[in-house]
Ligand binder design. Structure first.
Ligand code: SAH
Length: 414
């Protein structure tokens, strides 16, 4: 028996086992509290785009540009149903004003710096440069029966989680609504052109992204308004929006409790996911710096309220980190805390930890992972291991960070 497994079996009083080599220390503010950055640093705003505006505002803006209001709907159709911003494709618009209209309504927002794909071609990671040079990533994944896009909501992230590469890089700025939406439109364009492999059929023209997960860079609820405006555009019928199903949109949060409550009142039945990663405050304080503001029980209460208000079963995300949070007693404690709040309201989604630069942590072993899952299921909490994709292209959960190599590539293009 190894030392750690002996300790693991001795119950809640056992000391926390950490890898010997651990060298991580938490970034702290002047008052000694874990460093958190909620406000977005002020930077030049991205240009206003059709996807930042309501249908009525789009019509107004087109009129300001000297054209009749109905042209707004034509532009929206090109953008939201044909996934194009290229004036050459818009032959239904008057040739003389077309370029100016498109420049005013559909300004370029994302420049593709690099695209990495897995061998099978069914997972693609995009690196985008924003207008001010900030870099973000999105990951496109084909699964049987669905196509999922993992989108970014901020350039960087202010939540400082030690096991997440994005969190360690800090917050550059919030993304605009249109910058969030443009990630989907660009992915849809690529799919329509047959650029996402993994399927035998040759006709990709009708295929598009069916599921969105806000699990790329950023804390979506720290950029609440723009993220919610983007969600509204995702679910608005075409051509006002992308005509997607709200159930196919997952908002994942580190646990900003007041914003979770607000989300529950929006009346948009998105799927809600809470990144818990530890069932006890002692450990969560360390793993999730925002736990210094909102504790495990408060976050779980807010998640349960989300279920009560929307009827949507919520997801608990739990990255399994070797000897850090993967103890059997923690699985039992998690099950107990979830069952205390009711049955059938939640499922647990353990994620084997993905490696990040300079992190000393590694994924739990297969046996420990299986035991963790087994205990939760046995306690009546539906639990399924997440099939994480894109590790070989650094595109998996927690691995999205712009490297110096990415920056050099972006500069070379600018
Ligand atoms: N800010 C949001 C979205 C983050 S990414 C949130 O915290 O939920 C989506 C998920 O990946 C989160 O659950 C996050 O905690 C998890 N994650 C971060 N780093 C990871 C890593 N190295 N391995 C596995 N999962 C990770």
């Amino acid at each position: 028996m190894t030392e750690s497994s002996r300790i693991r079996s001795t119950g809640p009083a056992a000391t926390q086992v950490r890898p010997r080599t651990e060298g991580w220390t938490q970034k702290k503010d002047e008052a000694g509290r874990p460093l958190l950055q909620f406000a977005s640093p002020k930077r030049g705003k991205p240009p206003v785009h059709l996807a930042d505006l309501t249908p009525a505002e789009r019509t107004e803006k087109v009129k300001e540009l000297g054209l009749p209001g109905f042209r707004a709907k034509q532009l929206a159709t090109h953008y939201f149903t044909h996934y194009t911003s290229d004036p050459a494709h818009m032959t239904d618009l008057p040739a003389a004003q077309r370029d100016e209209l498109v420049a005013g309504m559909l300004p370029p927002l994302l420049t593709e710096v690099r695209r990495l794909e897995t061998d099978r071609g069914d997972t693609i990671k995009f690196l985008w440069r924003l207008h001010d040079g900030a870099l973000v990533e999105s990951v496109l994944m084909r699964y049987p029966g669905r196509i999922t896009l993992c989108v970014s909501s901020q350039a960087g992230c202010g939540m400082n989680c030690p096991f997440c590469a994005t969190g360690q890089a800090g917050l550059t700025r919030n993304m605009s609504t249109a910058e969030i939406i443009e990630q989907i439109v660009r992915a849809n364009r690529l799919i329509a052109e047959g650029g996402l492999g993994g399927k035998k059929s040759d006709d990709h023209s009708m295929e598009r992204v069916s599921n969105i997960v806000f699990m790329g860079m950023g804390e979506p609820l720290a950029n609440y308004k723009r993220v919610m405006d983007a969600v509204r555009i995702m679910v608005a019928p075409q051509p006002d929006g992308l005509g997607m199903s709200a159930r196919g949109v997952t908002v994942s949060t580190v646990g900003l409790v007041p914003a979770i409550r607000k989300l529950a009142d929006e009346n948009i039945p998105v799927t809600f996911a809470l990144s818990l990663h530890a069932p006890d405050d002692q450990l969560r304080d360390e793993l999730i710096p925002v736990n210094s503001r909102w504790k495990v029980d408060e976050a779980l209460d807010a998640a349960h309220e989300y279920y009560e208000k929307t009827g949507r079963r919520v997801s608990i995300e739990y990255a399994l980190i070797k000897d850090m949070n993967d103890h059997a007693w923690r699985a039992d404690l998690l099950a107990e805390k979830l069952n205390q709040r009711g049955r059938g309201w939640v499922h647990v989604n353990p994620i084997p930890l993905n490696p990040t630069p300079e992190s000393v942590w590694t994924a739990s072993t297969r046996e420990v992972t299986n035991e963790f899952v087994r205990r939760l299921n046995e306690a009546g909490v539906p639990t399924t291991l997440r099939d994480t994709r894109g590790k070989e292209i650094d595109g998996a959960c927690g691995q999205l960070v712009a490297t110096t190599e990415d920056e050099a590539a972006a500069e070379a293009m600018a």
